[in-house]
Design a protein around this ligand. Structure first.
Ligand code: UDP
Length: 365
């Protein structure tokens, strides 16, 4: 059999594909990266509007406790000192996130950790001992007030499902602290690439062969014949022609506006936790990079039901979808020349650092 033109065809130029491509090229492999979108970078791509890096596919804040991952990324780009300190707006009143002493003070007027713990203890007294869903988990963790004001509306909007029908693990992502600390993440390292995320993608794909606006499925046999191995980062059910049925996703859409003011909300992220407000949050992009431009760009984020053709952003890891995914994963495990990686191919609620970690873990052979 004549040698193939490439060692690896990488389908998708998001973080997983780009990190894998970088490693493969370091190992001397011939790689081709293709992407169905008109630009590279997957969901970390930023569009430049009014001199501001606009997170076109949702706000991305890089944070990790994994030194290996941090060192890998920080060797490619410089990170700024952005710390995510979002706020929640509930019926016109602002609360600090994640749940911490500032939040407890705003809610109940308590000024010491002891009073705050006591308040939460009173509210969690009758909570489920072994929470079975997000509602029970949230009440057990922080009590009824916080659940009603800061969690219920936001979560039900975001997922389009009742909190009682959602898995408990989603809410465990959020820290609860008895210190005056508004840092949303507990991780050791955090920041945004100076100059935006496109710098990271460009560094990862520097010198690699890439093709945009290229749909793998438009000419699958041709692409498959081009390389010895394939790294596939798209939806796993599509790869297998939906043979066991379709996985469900949660989608998002943004209404983005350029405003003639230099500072609209004073924070990169403000969540709207009342169910009556149709969007979940407003992103003011310039604050990710401490921008001093005369204008500002804001995006209202609306959760959306996923239909075919829409962008699949979040996997829905409920029992039904997980069982279906496991069937596809079994097929994937048997593949000899295909590697599946990233949010869509692994149907996993992955943070950026975990995606990088996984891509670094998979050896290039
Ligand atoms: N969440 C909430 N209120 C908020 C922010 C988050 O109830 O103001 C809950 C919600 O259920 C969400 C989960 O916490 O799905 C995880 O939030 P995170 O910010 O980690 O989600 P991401 O934006 O990273 O996907």
């Amino acid at each position: 059999m004549p040698a193939k033109k490439y060692d690896y065809l990488i389908v998708g130029s998001g973080l997983f594909g780009a990190v894998f491509a970088f490693r493969a090229r370091q190992a001397g492999k011939r790689v081709l990266v293709i992407d169905r979108r008109a630009q590279l970078g997957g969901n970390i791509f930023c569009a430049n509007i009014a001199g501001i890096n606009v997170h076109k596919y949702g706000p991305h804040i890089f944070h990790t406790s994994n030194k290996k991952v941090w060192d890998f990324a920080a060797a490619l780009v410089e990170f700024n000192n952005f710390i995510n300190m979002p706020l929640a707006n509930y019926r016109g009143k602002l609360y600090s996130l994640p749940f911490n002493m500032h939040t407890f003070y705003a809610l109940w007027g308590v000024t010491t950790p002891r009073e705050a713990r006591q308040k939460i203890a009173e509210q969690t007294l009758r909570a489920a001992k072994e929470p079975q869903n997000l509602e029970e988990q949230a009440v057990a963790l922080v009590g009824q007030d916080i659940y009603e004001i800061l969690i219920k509306g936001y979560t039900e909007k975001q997922w389009g499902r009742k909190c009682a029908e959602l898995p408990a693990f989603i809410i465990k992502r959020l820290p609860v602290r008895f210190t005056f600390d508004n840092n949303y993440f507990n991780d050791r390292y955090q920041g945004i690439p100076v100059g935006g995320y496109n710098k990271l993608i460009n560094a990862l794909l520097d010198g690699a062969q890439t093709k945009t606006s290229c749909d793998f499925f438009a000419d699958r046999p041709c692409w498959e014949n081009l390389a010895d191995k394939i790294v596939y980062t798209g939806e796993i059910d599509r790869y297998y022609n939906y043979e066991f049925g379709k996985l469900e996703y949660r989608s998002l859409r943004w209404e983005t506006e350029t405003l003639d003011c230099d500072n609209y909300q004073g924070s990169a992220l403000i969540n709207y936790t009342d169910a009556a407000v149709p969007y979940t949050r407003i992103i003011e992009h310039k604050h990710f990079e401490f921008g001093a431009q005369p204008q500002t760009v804001i995006s209202r984020e609306y959760p959306a039901e996923w239909r075919e053709g829409a962008e699949p952003f979040y996997p829905i890891n409920d029992a039904k979808n997980t069982a279906l995914y496991n069937k596809y994963a079994e097929l994937a495990r048997r593949e000899k020349r295909v590697i599946f990686g990233g949010r869509l191919a692994e149907y996993k609620y992955y943070d950026m650092d975990k995606v990088i970690e996984r891509a670094l873990e998979i050896g290039v052979v």
